[in-house]
Design a binder for this molecule. Structure first.
Ligand SMILES: [Zn+2]
Length: 96
């Protein structure tokens, strides 16, 4: 009889307080409005684990299981941007 309100109230006394606190923190962010990376409008919906769909532009893409981008995904995106900069640099020198 501890959590009578909040997203974890549906689990009652089951599964333990620690696990429910972790799950509540994830669910709170998951159910926020996320903006689409393609059209920037806050119309993303989670179809299933890792699959996100934009209700406005219709784009469907893979992302994090509970959030549109995962921590690893953001790191890989940074690495890709760095790699594109490096690969674009010699061409920029040739154009000058
Ligand atoms: Zn969109």
């Amino acid at each position: 009889m501890v959590m009578k309100q909040g997203p974890m109230a549906k689990y009652g006394s089951r599964y333990g307080v620690r696990q429910k606190k972790i799950a509540a923190a994830i669910e709170r962010v998951q159910k926020q409005k996320h903006s689409c990376p393609y059209c920037e409008r806050p119309a993303l919906e989670r179809m299933s684990a890792g699959i996100w769909h934009c209700r406005k532009c219709g784009n469907k893409f893979a992302g994090g299981a509970y959030f549109p981008t995962s921590a690893i995904g953001q790191q890989i995106m940074k690495m890709r941007i760095e790699k594109e900069k490096v690969s674009a640099a010699p061409e920029a020198k040739l154009n000058k």
